[in-house]
Write a protein that binds this ligand. Structure first.
Ligand code: ZN
Length: 479
């Protein structure tokens, strides 16, 4: 018995096995042994540069090898991929689902899309830093069984496939638990399933770590601490609004204040905050939950999202009585927050007197440090930088791609922000019903900088590329 074999079945070996496809392992006589977060260790019968390259390309990890007799490798494989010997279709689906989760967690995916493609077959794609990547194809029977298994684990009605459903499940992987929100929609006689990994408290970063510049951060924190403040975090889906709101909640002294929240869904539990989950089926809507919370005299309230007139009305009322509010809103940028709230029925003069600050943000992919390449900043970028008075040399960086970043050229994300303080001039404009463009003209005069400027700061520091920020934002906003 060698050391390699004694690893069999350990969590670290299962992680390694999830990185190497079963068919490759068998074809090439490669036995995954362990994975430590940066190196994958595999046992091989014969070391060759070509084989190492193939493993590196497949796993996108640095590789260490041990040499073992081929007989031991094959025996190890038989134990390691037990589902091969198991004919039972359900266990094949369970094994596949485990592999999908392992791959999603290993790749830091935020969402997993399990969707039909031509007829009965399906595919799995992972959302990594906002970009969908092909993970694997599923043949017809297996696709249906995997979808059905997800529905069973999410407590959905498995007999129903013609209406959208949503649910939740918990994945345990290497001793860690992940909460996953699941949803199905009918697509051409089949079902598409999206699994979203919800954040856990220990993953919520500090406000400082989100990428907000020192000046914006100071202004935002000042507003958060003001009693009776009303701060709105705006952005499209996937712009990181929830993370920023959870990070904001953590800056409050939770031991002394009565802090409550209404959320749909609760994406992470924060000790010290009374969190209520919206449950439409049980009659717990945003307005119902808010009214109940307000009877308990909270000092600080987090409302997951302002999306209907009734919730907006209650939020404004609460703010007028001196309760501090943090909430998110589906709006393109900070200048559009007042207009969007007015569309949702907010009284303009109430809004003008209660709104303290609007923040907006985007999540920008960061360049892989190992492979980024020099390029020239565009003349537009240089002009904007000059106008806003910060240093952007003619040198900038661009994405290239290497094994470490899965050949995408990017690794991780950072926030680009804008903060709009509702100063008296702006409050007057909101009360008058000025358009976002008119509001913008006044805002530039009182120190507002559009998000593209903050994003260019990340270009200037070499954290990202111009191409990446232009996927989200436009130089037109800096006029
Ligand atoms: Zn790279």
């Amino acid at each position: 018995m060698t050391d390699a074999i004694s690893f069999l079945g350990s969590p670290t070996q299962r992680t390694a096995a999830a990185l190497v496809s079963r068919s490759f392992a068998y074809d090439a006589d490669v036995l995954p042994v362990s994975y430590d977060g940066s190196f994958i260790t595999v046992a091989v019968a014969l070391e060759s540069v070509e084989l190492l390259d193939r493993i590196r390309a497949l796993t996108r990890k640095e590789v260490r090898t041990l040499v073992l007799p081929v007989r031991e490798i094959r025996e190890g494989l038989k134990t390691l991929y037990p589902a091969i010997a198991v004919r039972d279709a359900d266990s094949q689906a369970a094994q596949t689902l485990d592999e999908i989760f392992a791959s999603a967690i290993g790749n830091y995916a935020s969402d997993v899309h399990v969707e039909p493609v031509d007829g009965r077959a399906g595919r799995v794609r992972l959302d990594v830093d906002g970009v969908l990547q092909h993970d694997r194809s599923l043949e017809g029977g297996l696709f249906e069984r995997v979808v059905s298994l997800i529905k069973v684990r999410s407590n959905m009605n498995t007999g129903e496939s013609r209406v959208p459903q949503d649910g939740r499940l918990t994945v345990t992987f290497d001793g860690r638990s992940f909460e996953v929100r699941t949803s199905t929609i009918p697509v051409g006689g089949m079902e598409k399933v999206v699994l979203r990994f919800l954040q856990r408290f220990d993953l919520v970063p500090d406000l400082e770590a989100l990428g907000m510049g020192a000046e914006l951060l100071a202004r935002y924190q000042r507003a958060l601490r003001r009693p009776g403040s009303f701060c709105v975090i705006a952005g499209p889906t996937g712009s990181g609004k929830s993370t920023t709101s959870y990070a904001s909640l953590q800056t409050i002294d939770l031991d002394r204040a009565n802090v409550c929240s209404v959320e749909d869904p609760i994406e992470c539990r924060i000790p010290g905050v009374a969190q209520i989950a919206v449950n439409e089926k049980a009659g717990i809507t945003f307005p119902v939950a808010l009214r109940a919370l307000l009877r308990q005299n909270p000092q600080q309230l987090f409302i997951g999202e302002l999306r209907d007139p009734e919730t907006v009305a209650i939020a404004l009322q609460a703010s007028l009585t001196g309760i501090s509010l943090v909430t998110t809103l589906h709006a393109r940028d900070a200048l559009r927050v007042a207009a969007r709230l007015a569309e949702l029925g907010a009284n303009r003069s109430t809004l003008a007197s209660s709104l303290t600050l609007a923040v907006s943000q985007r999540l920008i992919r960061m360049l892989c440090r190992r492979c980024k390449i020099k390029t020239n900043a565009s003349s537009q970028a240089l002009a904007v930088a000059r106008r806003y008075g910060f240093a952007l040399g003619a040198d900038a960086w661009d994405a290239h791609g290497c094994e470490a970043c899965g050949f995408s050229g990017f690794q991780g994300r950072v926030g680009a922000f804008e903060v709009l303080d509702i100063k008296p001039e702006l409050a007057a404009a909101i009360e008058r019903g000025d358009t976002p463009t008119q509001l913008g003209k006044i805002a530039y005069g009182v120190g507002y900088k559009p998000m593209i400027v903050d994003a260019l700061r990340h270009v200037a520091s070499g954290a990202t590329s111009e191409g990446e920020i232009l996927r989200h934002l436009s130089y037109d906003d800096a006029e």
